[in-house]
Write a protein that binds this ligand. Sequence first.
Ligand code: ATP
Length: 324
Amino acid sequence: IECLGVYTSGGDAPGMNACLRAVVRTAIANDIAVMGIRRGYEGMIEADFVEMERRSVSNILQSGGTILKSARSEAFRTEEGRRAAANSLRENGIDALVAIGGDGTFRGASKLYDEHGLGVVGCPGTIDNDLYGTDQTIGYDTALNTAIDNIDRIRDTADAHNRLFLVEVMGRDAGFIALNSGIGGGAELILIPETITEMDMVKERILSLMTAQRRSTIVVVAEGDELGGAQGIERALRDDAAFSDIELRSTILGHTQRGGAPTASDRVLASRLGVAAVESLMDGHSDVMVGMTNNEIKLTPLRNVYGRRKSIDYDLLKLTQILS
Ligand code: ATP
């Protein structure tokens, strides 16, 4: 490898900067030049490249977001768009890539490899934790801790007034944040996209908790739950006379979960995966994602990462029934 290109793409996640830093410094330590590609595939097509040195990544380990910026690109979904991207890379001497992002990012990277023979290794960067091939993704631990911190605060005020709170956390297709923040925050009920949720069951459970035990109740719901997130549930409860005496509040945590300084665990994960990505490319691997399973680096073909679904831990779900 003469010159390595690195980019962040799709939804941003805390720890992407730590990963970028590790990629840049590992490449330089091995005498490989590094170009930062700004704004993901958008910047790749437009040749928005910036030369990276050791100093370019000073003091970013602890910061959220991504200094390279992220973007979504419609043009890159087309063959012409990807040809333009491959040409920009070649014209600037970039002969290998590290992609930091989620499954969409990897689908695109795989096509670049298939159609133009560009070596590429992916690093899992998404708060959703929904990538097959790694126990945790970069950004997930931070998002989870932010969610728990918020649930704790809501618990204080919920307790003071004996209220029912519906707390919506991120997760359009995956319930990792909801399930784990719900357990960590002591939620009475957790609703996730992976399971079938029936409104009658939800109502019954809430009523039995609130009337029999007369205590504050917190329901954690993933945004992608089929009942329509916190607002969908709130509407249904407000339409039901059985809930007319219950003080009900909804909170959508939203983008607070994407921001903030990465936790220690995310920083270490991001650093290890960044180093492993460059080393894997140097060893001749391509079209793979570097992940961490059981505390060991593992390579998974990109097509398996986006082709398979990572399962939630159903034992954890059972746990909430005992604990709440
Ligand atoms: P997250 O799910 O965390 O937001 P992501 O990487 O899945 O991250 P996407 O917006 O799905 O985010 O994908 C990022 C970019 O990758 C898209 O804007 C698009 O340019 C490219 N991409 C996604 N899917 C494909 C595909 N099937 N073919 C080519 N390019 C794709």
